[in-house]
Design a protein around this ligand. Structure first.
Ligand SMILES: Cc1cn([C@H]2C[C@H](O)[C@@H](COP(=O)(O)OP(=O)(O)OP(=O)(O)O)O2)c(=O)[nH]c1=O
Length: 610
């Protein structure tokens, strides 16, 4: 059986599942894992607002559940189990995290929110390796998450209540169980089904491969000579399970530093006790290799691989090579790497796009990030090559955001607009719905570029008239981003410079991804102009990827470096944005998340001048 070698890596260890969930127990025991169940006593009460993303919250909760069990067992026997597994499943919609309903009304609120819409289910998983030495517990945490999207049908009130009265929702995140009656509510699922049920078994097995079957020596050699790293699959584990040194007993330990065979799970140390070697540093190696994966993705996009396969796939490598005018050997390698990166699938009839690639990497389509990829390949890649000098010398003395740099060529500006358009389209809905903005009847998106967010605001709030205010050289190109023709009636574009010209009248001003491009003095100048134009009771909506020291916001770190190499701007924390709004006369400042990467801050203009 193909999978048994992966799960078999845990057979000689004392494994504990730190969960009371009957679903998790069933999934893992059906996969052949032998384990004890010790439900965690960790109270799931972490502050959700302190996490950059919903999955970071789920991962931390999973980790705390597992650590609580590890430390309780260690205190009891002075010897913790070898491995403790914790998991936490949450449902997210519109930036809200839904856990288990408190009562029937709560279940109703949750299910009504999900009704007719698509939502995400995240499970955070922590695999904790424990080591008890001299009475001390030492732990090594391997963590990951999996996302599955689920779409509910349009359901009647009666049906929702009938479902709630069945009692099924009460012990399940989001108030439904897809594996039972709740399956009837679901129109479609994209991703790992078992992840919704509470445990992402496939991803878990891949992690076990990373942890217990590090790449074979010859693969490591190959990485040195080739630009593309090999990618672990279950087959690596099964291919090598019969004594192959890549995964056999002598390598069952996971010491990636020395390359020597450590005392494995069956290898007693001199005291006759079993030692747990540290886990293989897979995440670190992934980080080191990360740039190769980015470049492979950039190149496949540039060569229009995803467009060709979207239109004509599945195709063999030789046919793709002919269509993109490239060598067969080079194309074959690139396609295989894209398969390993989860962008393509390889079938008997050839390569074809995954849904992700067709949706985001082909050049056409509302969710296309093709322009953003091209911008990163052509511009950011070059600029980042010089990161070292930016770090040594401090931020570049550039003129401002690329859209506003007068020295920019028309082509470069268009490329930048295309990149921003793709990103804004992707996040517009989440931003527009992060707060209820229905009290406003007019809005002005300052530096609103192609109007992607403005259109979504107009769509979401039927009474709202939206003005996009941006530089004339930006507005000039707007029509090419909306080929379907006329702009909606409640949307208009006004050319101007928000540092020099009068701002259009509006009840709500929007600054989306603008402030991080500017140094503090310019930010104050802009905010005081907005504050002067905004009438008491009006609003200011700031959209940024905020930095926050409490959370190692993985998503916000590249943005912090962007500011260093590109402009005089900088990323700021949520506390700084709150304080900036306060200093410029905005009160009742609220913060919300829009998806994984964006924070939205809304302030109301006070009646007294700042
Ligand atoms: C969305 C969904 C969730 N669930 C379950 C999985 C989880 O058991 C539960 C989410 O709650 P969790 O807090 O993740 O898990 P739990 O309280 O059941 O167990 P423990 O904390 O001890 O690990 O919801 C389903 O069974 N089906 C579904 O379709």
């Amino acid at each position: 059986m193909v999978l048994s070698p992966v799960i078999g890596k845990l057979l000689h260890k004392r494994v504990v599942l730190a969960s009371a969930s009957p679903r998790r127990r069933e999934i893992l025991s059906q996969a052949g894992l032998r384990f004890e169940v010790v439900p965690s006593r960790f109270k799931e009460k972490l502050d959700k607002a302190a996490f950059p993303t919903p999955y970071a919250y789920a991962i931390e909760t999973a980790k705390q559940k597992a650590l609580e069990v590890a430390s309780r067992m260690h205190q009891k026997d002075l010897r913790a189990p070898d491995v403790v597994i914790g998991a936490d499943t949450i449902v997210t919609i519109g930036g809200l995290i839904l856990e288990k309903p408190a009562d029937k009304q709560d279940a109703y609120r949750m299910l009504s929110r999900l009704n007719g819409k698509e939502h995400s289910v995240f499970t955070g998983v922590a695999i904790i390796h424990c080591c008890s030495e001299d009475g001390q517990l030492d732990t090594d945490v391997c963590e990951f998450h999996e996302e599955t999207t689920v779409k509910f049908s349009e359901l009647s009130e009666d049906l929702l209540w009938e479902y709630i009265d069945s009692g099924e929702p009460m012990d399940k995140a989001g108030g439904y169980g897809i594996q039972a009656l709740g399956g009837m509510l679901v129109e479609c699922v994209h991703g790992d089904f078992l992840n919704v049920v509470g445990f992402p078994l496939n991803h878990f097995c891949k992690k076990l491969v990373e942890l217990y079957c590090p790449p074979r020596r010859e693969d490591v050699q190959r990485v040195k000579h080739e630009s593309i790293p090999p990618v672990d699959t279950f087959e690596i584990a099964s291919d090598t399970a019969q004594g192959d040194e890549g995964c056999g007993p002598s390598r069952a330990g996971v010491d990636g530093h020395t390359g020597q065979a450590p005392a494995g799970p069956q290898g007693p140390d001199t005291n006759g006790l079993v030692e747990n070697p540290p886990p293989f540093p897979s995440d670190l190696l992934d980080l080191i290799d990360g740039f190769k994966a980015s470049k492979a993705l950039f190149t496949a996009c540039k060569l229009k691989v995803f467009d060709v396969l979207k239109e004509e796939g599945p195709l063999k490598a030789v046919d793709v090579a002919r269509k993109i005018n490239a060598s067969v050997c080079g194309t074959g390698r690139l396609l295989d790497v894209c398969v390993a990166l989860g962008l393509l699938e390889k079938t008997d009839t050839g390569y074809r796009n995954t849904r992700l690639a067709s949706r985001h990497l082909a050049s056409e389509g509302v969710c296309s990030l093709h322009g953003f990829v091209a911008y990163n390949d052509e511009h950011a890649w070059t600029v980042f090559t010089d990161l070292e000098s930016a770090v040594r010398q401090g931020p570049r003395a550039a003129a401002g955001s690329p859209a506003e740099d007068p020295s920019q060529s028309r082509d470069r500006r268009l490329r930048f607009m295309r990149a921003m358009h793709g990103l804004a389209q992707l996040t517009a809905r989440q931003v527009a719905t992060a707060f209820d903005l229905s009290r406003f009847t007019s809005a002005c998106d300052l530096g609103g570029c192609t109007g992607a967010l403005a259109r979504e605001l107009a769509r979401e709030y039927p009474r709202l008239k939206v003005t996009v205010f941006d530089l004339p050289e930006v507005i000039e190109h707007v029509s090419s981003f909306h080929p379907e023709g006329r702009q909606p009636e409640r949307l208009r574009f006004v050319p101007g410079d928000f540092f020099k010209d009068d701002l259009p009248d509006a009840q709500l001003y929007v600054l989306s991804r603008i402030l991080h491009d500017w140094a503090d003095d310019r930010v104050h100048e802009l905010l005081s102009r907005v504050s002067r134009s905004c009438k008491p009771g009006g609003g200011l909506l700031v959209v940024e990827t905020a930095l926050d020291e409490r959370r190692a916001a993985r998503a916000s770190l590249p943005a912090a470096l962007n500011a260093l190499v590109r402009t005089q701007g900088r990323e700021r924390s949520l506390a700084e944005y709150r304080s900036l709004l306060g200093q410029h006369g905005f009160r009742e400042v609220q913060v919300a998340q829009a998806g994984d990467r964006l924070d939205v801050v809304l302030g109301t203009r006070a009646s007294s001048a700042p």
